[in-house]
Design a binder for this molecule. Structure first.
Ligand SMILES: Nc1ncnc2c1ncn2[C@@H]1O[C@H](COP(=O)(O)OP(=O)(O)OP(=O)(O)O)[C@@H](O)[C@H]1O
Length: 307
């Protein structure tokens, strides 16, 4: 039997007649990094709020660590750490003081966890610096440290890389991967930065207009992302004609700059190149490529590119 940290059963949430979540059956395996993908308003935050107990479902149920009964859910939620929206920090306090205040507020025993959490997120050297003087990346890491108080088994993060610069995004990604790998923490992460999710998620859930369209593993995604050959020739019209007539396929796209993405013959690139050379074309670029998560997602939700 699979070991799941979270399963939802026909989970629905309606706001004044509007279905923000519509019969969602989502499941997250222990040890995974689950990338939760959806456009603005798709229902990601609503699901996260229901799971963390910040809101109640209209219908359906939630199972956490195998329990779905009301009282057991309250206990199970103590095994979750979450960072939802921007972290609520005390601006006039240092990183250590922020953690200590949160530890007391949440009734977590043992002061010694504070320096441990600071070290875990790489903020151990911030000394007397107050949180209001932290960079956004440092604030996000402090928010993560607060979520890690109590040594959660399951971490829920809503857009943790929102607003970070490229270095901050890389740091956060590496930190989350380490927490998953070394401490075995299961992570649910919602993000708009799909290329970023692609570098860390082991599983994906795609939500659109409140409905969970698909759940798939990273390996399944790789299998579904179609391979193609990217071709930039000196004469795009002639190259397309060669592809259509000599290679006898219409499975290609012509980009605005005249580059061609040829989905057929991706496993036999030499067939493509020799057909183009034989027609006297000069090839400026010729690269076997794979579709990325962003493209797959766009296709899956029906072509609307606004994630
Ligand atoms: N408290 C609320 N009252 C009324 N409608 C709400 C409320 N919370 C969410 N909604 C609506 O439910 C839908 C889902 O919103 P939700 O915030 O879950 O989306 P999201 O995927 O998290 O989007 P974003 O990435 O913008 O945060 C939206 O149409 C939103 O307007």
């Amino acid at each position: 039997m699979q070991d799941y940290v979270l399963r939802t059963n026909q989970l629905s949430k309606t706001f004044r007649g509007h279905r923000a979540l519509d019969n969602v059956n989502l499941s997250i395996r222990r040890g995974s990094i689950y990338g939760f993908i959806g456009q603005n308003g798709a229902g990601k935050s609503t699901l996260i709020r229901l799971v963390t107990g910040l809101a109640f479902p209209t219908a359906g149920s939630i199972e956490l660590f195998g329990s779905s009964e009301e009282k057991a859910l309250i206990q199970a939620r103590k095994r979750i750490g979450s960072s939802i929206e921007s972290p609520a920090l005390f601006p006039h306090m240092t990183a250590g003081e922020n953690l200590e205040a949160n530890r007391i507020l949440r009734g977590i025993p043992g002061q010694d966890c504070v320096p441990r959490m600071l070290k875990q997120v790489g903020l151990q050297g911030t000394g007397k610096k107050k949180a209001k003087h932290f960079s956004l990346g440092m604030k996000q890491r402090l928010g993560l440290a607060i979520a890690l108080l109590g040594d959660p088994e399951f971490l829920i993060l809503d857009e943790p890389t929102n607003g970070l610069d490229p270095m901050g995004v890389i740091e956060m990604r590496e930190l989350l991967k380490t927490l998953n790998r070394e401490l075995g923490i299961t992570i649910l992460i919602s993000s708009h930065i799909l290329s970023e999710l692609h570098l860390m998620a082991s599983h994906y859930g795609i939500i659109h207009r409140g409905r969970l369209l698909e759940q798939l593993t990273a390996t399944e995604l790789d299998g579904k992302c179609r391979q193609y050959v990217y071709i930039k020739a000196n004469d795009s019209d002639k190259a397309t004609a060669v592809i259509q007539h000599e290679l006898d396929t219409a499975d290609f796209e012509v980009m605005q700059d005249g580059a061609i993405k040829l989905y057929n013959y991706a496993e036999q690139p030499s067939k493509i190149s020799s057909a183009l050379f034989s027609a006297g074309l000069e090839i400026e670029k010729f690269m076997p490529m794979g579709e990325d998560l962003e493209r797959y997602f766009t296709k899956r939700i029906g072509g609307d590119p606004h994630v």
